[in-house]
Unconditional design. Structure first.
Length: 202
């Protein structure tokens, strides 16, 4: 039996809006998932690393949503698709400063976007700049065409107290950094990409 999500317009008293269609619930939920669907709490004290990674692994080519909260992580999150947060109210808080918050981990992901996050290493460093070069908001890696990321956008992301804001030692190309801010970083943006990168800064 297929369970359908009813085509009601809940904003207008439950009437059926023109053109609305019932959809199977599994199809609807396949559009995107929330990290809270996989057990993330966003309470600032629970380790949410495994829950976040499980959500990303579940829908690698889709969208993972981070509701408002403070998400403690104890290891790098491996990117596989798009991420959407709510802006400054969605805080990613590494517990220590010896790893990057997000990485592609030598996987050639493409056509994804990261938007609306506050990556704050201040919890780990006591609100002082990190002296550990392992800390980075993003660390993109990969040396071959099957490993480097391409055709992606990072937008409206604020990175604070990391050694690197954005670090790219891969041969990634065709990506955009739009309104990405790195405060109290030793190196805000590092591109060591063998001259193969096409990047747009806006």
């Amino acid at each position: 039996m297929t369970t359908l999500i009813p085509k009601f317009d809940f904003k207008n008293g439950g009437s059926t809006p023109a053109g609305a269609a019932n959809r199977p619930i599994n199809e609807k939920l396949g559009d995107w998932v929330s990290v809270k669907d996989f057990g993330a709490t966003g309470d600032g004290s629970t380790d949410d690393t495994a829950a976040i990674q499980a959500a990303i692994d579940y829908i690698p080519d889709g969208l993972v949503y981070f509701p408002e909260g403070n998400y403690k992580i104890t290891d790098s999150i491996n990117l596989k698709g798009s991420i959407l947060g709510t802006g400054m109210a969605t805080a990613i808080e590494p517990a220590t400063d010896d790893f990057a918050a997000f990485t592609n981990n030598n996987v050639g992901i493409q056509k994804f976007s990261i938007k609306g996050l506050f990556i704050n290493y201040g919890v780990a460093t006591g609100d002082t700049p990190s002296s550990n070069s392992a800390s980075a908001g993003f660390n993109m890696t990969g040396s071959t065409s099957g490993e480097w990321p391409f055709e992606y956008e990072i937008e409206e992301v604020w990175i604070r107290y990391a050694y690197y804001g954005y670090k790219d030692s891969s041969s990634s190309y065709m990506f955009t950094l739009n309104n990405v801010r790195a405060d109290y970083a030793t190196v805000g943006f590092s591109l060591d990409t063998n001259g193969k990168t096409t990047v747009k800064l806006s």
